[in-house]
Write a protein that binds this ligand. Structure first.
Ligand code: NAP
Ligand code: COA
Length: 267
């Protein structure tokens, strides 16, 4: 961890993190725990989520892992009820479960397209809709993980583009509807993040990493901690007037291709 970062900002809070057996979302759960939150995490696999929870409890932080598929509303509801049973309330909800594979639309069955929309978009609706009754409100913070594909079309990503665009609009609609109840609803759009399943699928070939980095204005992949820190900010009082935002934490990737033109001499 970067030693300049503060800890303890979320003391007394309880967080529920969906899709947290690995990757960015596990990094988020870990950071929320370091900041003092008690954390309930879910994913499809009972073994994977138990192992993930253990990585957090082994460091001395309260965490419970619960198996639940975000496509199953009743299972999500039961997991939220279990989290409240264990920790008493829910202040922060992170919806980040996702599926991705690279395929042209014509190489994708109807079920292939539906599977990704079901996990990413319907799953996010399920998590956010089901959590409302359990929220400690006013003051609750709901955050979804979207992606650049939600704003920019991408080859061989029709399913993900459609699903993440849906998450972006859902975020804004729920921010409007739930603002009066004191519930803030935001999303974070990560750029390419190092050492993740997402990048392993999107950039599997030698040379992919350098090519992608050369097109990012900040010329690097992000770290899981970069996304986790944005989640921490959105979960604190510092963000009390922030809702309906799609926050880019992407090294400037969303601005456009920063490596498209020849570099003038002396630049
Ligand atoms: P990851 O490690 O594969 O994380 C996905 C998580 O979702 C896993 O914990 C998986 O656990 C869980 N999951 C999948 N289907 C589920 C379901 N139906 N119900 C419940 N949990 C489910 O991938 P990642 O690369 O870290 O991506 C995490 C998030 O960041 C995703 O929302 C992704 O779209 C977004 N993102 C990633 C990048 C990147 O550079 N990696 C960039 C932009 C956005 P189980 O297998 O145990 O269910
Ligand atoms: N190309 C085309 N279609 C594919 C595919 C690929 N590479 N991979 C899966 N599919 C299709 C399957 O063929 C199936 O369609 P069909 O029934 O018409 O044959 C459909 O997608 C569902 O596949 P299945 O394996 O049954 O789904 P699942 O629910 O077990 O798994 C996935 C969901 C496919 C998204 C799987 O990759 C996964 O579990 N991903 C989670 C991790 C992840 O993607 N991390 C990165 C997040 S950014």
């Amino acid at each position: 961890m970067n030693s300049s970062l503060k800890d303890g900002l979320l003391k007394g809070k309880v967080a529920f993190v969906a899709g947290a057996s690995s990757g960015i979302n596990l990094g988020i759960a870990q950071r929320l725990a370091e900041q003092g939150a008690k954390v309930a995490i879910i994913s499809r696999s009972a073994e994977k989520i138990a192992a993930a929870a253990k990585t957090i409890t082994d460091k001395g932080y309260p965490c419970v892992g619960i198996a639940a598929d975000v496509r199953d509303y009743a299972a999500v509801d039961a997991a939220l009820a279990e989290a409240v049973k264990q920790f008493g309330k829910i202040d922060i909800v992170l919806s980040g479960a996702a599926g991705n594979f690279v395929a042209p639309a014509l190489g994708m069955s109807a079920n292939g397209f539906k599977t990704v929309v079901d996990i990413d978009l319907i799953g996010t609706f399920n998590v956010l809709r089901a959590c409302f009754q359990y929220l400690n409100r006013p003051g609750a913070s709901l955050i979804s993980i979207t992606a650049g594909q939600g704003e920019r079309p991408s080859m061989f990503q029709a399913h993900v583009c459609a699903a993440k665009a849906g998450i972006n609009m859902l975020t804004k609609c729920l921010a409007m509807e739930w603002g009066p109840a004191g519930v803030r609803v935001n999303a974070i759009s990560p750029g390419p993040i190092a050492d993740t399943e997402g990048m392993a699928r999107l950039a599997p070939n030698p040379g992919d990493e350098q090519r992608i980095k050369s097109r990012v204005p900040l010329r690097d992949y992000g770290e899981k901690l970069d996304i986790a820190e944005a989640v921490v900010y959105l979960s604190t009082e510092s963000a009390r007037y922030v809702t309906g935002v799609i926050m880019q934490v992407d090294g400037g990737s969303g601005l456009g291709d920063a490596g498209a033109n020849a570099i003038p001499e002396g630049f």
